[in-house]
Write a protein of this length. Structure first.
Length: 281
């Protein structure tokens, strides 16, 4: 059996051989050389110059789930980049936020995007949300050797489950172990401070504006305590990246809207530097 591609002749036999619908498995078997090579482990000064990213926040709300992150990359004790991107669409109904070693994390996200697109083309239907989590688990586990040497790529995954008709959040550890989180979840060095903030503010059934404001408050608190997390920067017009995933799919919240809500948070902080008080029970 053969199939011709216009202008290129017949496809190689590997493309016509039944097998796994995993794009990564296909590449590992037939073209391992095109996979991103694992870098040599940096040492000494080079290790201190490797870029790292924090902090990522995910939270459910009335229409689905939100995924947001600050913009700062660090290299040791220095700010390496102020306008970094840490929130990416995985496919139409899911998104990934990265923390840890930036280069390894971005390579992982790109391969994950290809993996989901390839599966849908081969099978004719999208992978289920739990299936996506399992694929990401396998990819994180493949990086375990680097993670054990201090160069981890630990994402936060959020998506809208079309079957359950709700937003869902999954966190991971460096071995690929995953857990479903309810309400909200965090990763990165600023996560303890963001968690403490959002524990006061999050509640079920929040509107879009309410959840974005609460998450901006949480990222502000993380930046206030953690030097690796960047807060809203009015001078440079830099604000958190915010993605919303609902039954209508993935949507990036425009920066002008994020800026408007972030300015409102900053105005409030002038009167109350430690942030809003939890609403009464």
């Amino acid at each position: 059996m053969s199939a011709d591609v216009p202008g290129q002749g017949p496809l190689p036999a590997a493309f016509l051989t039944p097998g796994s619908s995993s794009f990564l498995d296909f590449l590992k078997e037939h073209s391992p050389g095109v996979l991103p090579p694992l870098p040599e482990t940096p040492t000494g000064r080079a290790a201190a110059e490797v870029r790292h990213g924090t902090t990522i926040v995910a939270a459910t709300y009335a229409d689905g789930v939100l995924l947001a992150g600050d913009r700062r990359f660090t290299a040791g004790n220095l700010i390496a980049h102020r306008e970094g991107e840490k929130v990416f669409p995985a496919d139409e109904f899911s998104a990934v936020g990265i923390s840890g070693t930036v280069g390894l994390s971005i390579d992982m996200v790109r391969l994950f995007q290809l993996e989901l697109e390839h599966y849908e083309k081969v099978e004719g239907v999208p992978l289920s949300l739990v299936g996506k989590v399992n694929r990401l688990t396998s990819m994180i586990r493949d990086n375990l050797g680097m993670a054990m040497q201090g160069f981890a790529a630990v994402p936060l995954f959020a998506g809208y489950d079309l079957a359950a008709r709700r937003g869902r959040i999954f966190s991971f550890d460096i071995t690929g172990g995953h857990s479903e989180e309810f309400g909200f979840a965090f990763t990165g060095s600023g996560s303890p401070f963001a968690r403490g903030s959002l524990k006061k503010l999050h509640r079920e059934g929040m509107s879009e504006d309410e959840i974005v404001t609460a998450v901006v408050q949480a990222l502000y608190d993380a930046a206030d305590e953690d030097t690796a997390t960047g807060g809203p920067d009015l001078t440079r017009e830099l604000f958190p990246s915010v993605a919303l995933i609902t039954e209508d799919g993935y949507r990036r919240l425009p920066q002008d809207r994020v800026a408007e809500l972030a300015r409102a948070v900053l105005d409030q902080r002038r009167e109350r530097p430690d942030g809003p008080i939890a609403p009464p029970l």
